[in-house]
Design a protein around this ligand. Structure first.
Ligand SMILES: [Zn+2]
Length: 281
């Protein structure tokens, strides 16, 4: 879960480019009548986001002034994504460093996600702080989630900081073959609410499965060198190597599946006794 810079853009400018050359009625008239409200709510969104209160926004199907859900979804699809708003779309897509999806921290961004789904919260269909560059899988898994309470709210890359403590952990077991399991461990300094949110996010986006598949590949690539190190210096030298790799993979972010994997290996009795110790054959 990667914290991002908020988009540096104004709601009114986005509405301007989206209705420029728009002839479709009654969409144009509806949006014009609703624009003051959309602008006001865009600013409210930011205030609530800063306070961690986005979940208080009720699901709705119309925007005050006259714009309908269909108008808002249409304006996003046809004008924001494909027409005048495209430069804003592209600018938001470029926010994540290394084009890394902020929700899973692994896959590349390929779409914009509405943190509050446009079908459930249409007033925020073109609100910049509600638009987050994401990978297609996370976008699909988030789908049209509705947040009924704070604990339900997934990680919001513009408002939440989840990398302040180490919480991503991995268990490594050996049962005929090496097995991995990733999970969220509650850091001492976190509230129960923050822990539940992280766990919810982790479960809803099925991050365990994603990290397991990457871990299996990483392990298949590094097992040769770890075995060589074991043959040279035994458990002690393997531990030094693993500590070094953990440090390296935590140098930019505290929570990465690689750091969790190497820490999981370091703490795995199975890995040292069965896998390296030769009792696997
Ligand atoms: Zn993702």
């Amino acid at each position: 879960m990667i914290k991002l810079e908020k988009p540096d853009m104004e709601q009114k400018d986005i509405i301007d480019v989206c209705i420029d050359n728009l002839k479709k009625e009654p969409t144009l008239s509806n949006i014009k009548r609703s624009r003051a409200f959309i602008e006001r709510k865009s600013s409210t969104y930011n205030t609530l986001g800063e306070r961690g209160e986005l979940g208080k926004i009720p699901v709705h199907s119309k925007v005050l002034g006259g714009a309908t859900k269909d108008d808002m979804v249409w304006i996003y699809d046809k004008k924001f994504v494909r027409d005048g708003g495209r430069s804003y779309y592209d600018k938001i897509m470029k926010i994540p460093p290394f084009a890394r999806c902020p929700f899973c921290g692994v896959r590349r961004v390929s779409t914009l996600d509405h943190y509050l789904a446009k079908t459930e919260y249409p007033i925020f269909a073109i609100t910049p702080n509600n638009l987050i560059a994401s990978c297609a899988d996370c976008n699909k898994k988030k789908s049209n989630l509705v947040y009924k309470n704070r604990e339900d709210e997934l990680f919001h890359p513009y408002y939440d900081e989840f990398d302040d403590e180490i919480w991503l952990k991995a268990k490594v077991m050996f049962k005929n073959e090496i097995l991995f399991e990733f999970y969220v461990e509650k850091p001492e300094n976190w509230t129960d609410e923050k822990y539940t949110r992280a766990k919810n996010h982790f479960d809803k986006l099925e991050l365990n499965n994603l990290y397991i598949s990457h871990a299996a590949e990483e392990f298949s690539e590094c097992q040769y060198s770890l075995k060589r190190i074991y043959e040279t210096g035994g458990n002690d030298l393997v531990q030094v190597e693993l500590l070094d790799r953990i440090k390296e993979h935590r140098s930019n972010m505290k929570n990465t599946w690689r750091a969790a994997l190497y820490e999981g290996l370091l703490n795995s009795k199975d890995f040292f006794d069965i896998y390296l110790g030769g009792r696997s054959n």
